[in-house]
Write a protein of this length. Structure first.
Length: 95
């Protein structure tokens, strides 16, 4: 069974303050062209999540940014290649 907030009957459980997880590491925000929908979000989350050292990905559809939390500084060329292979274009770092 996966670690999900959903119960076996597909209802969501509410998380209290005690369930808050604080992720530590290096946060890098990338601008990615072509990210427009939930499918894009899922695709990038899966692709970037497979990179060694990546612990969390946050895709913001409105701004076209992807925030990546990693154990150490990532190689931008590796991330750009993964994003490209997923069908999108990394256009740089976002502010």
């Amino acid at each position: 069974m996966s670690s999900s907030c959903c119960t076996p009957n597909s209802s969501c459980s509410s998380a209290g303050a005690a369930d808050t997880v604080v992720l530590e590491g290096v946060r890098t925000v990338y601008a990615v062209a072509g990210v427009t929908c939930g499918h894009c979000k899922a695709t990038l989350t899966t692709a970037i999540g497979a990179v060694d050292g990546v612990s969390s990905i946050e895709v913001d559809l409105a701004s076209g940014t992807v925030a990546v939390i990693s154990a150490s500084t990532l190689d931008d060329q590796v991330i750009a290649a993964v994003v490209d292979d997923a069908g999108y274009e990394l256009t740089g770092h976002a502010a």
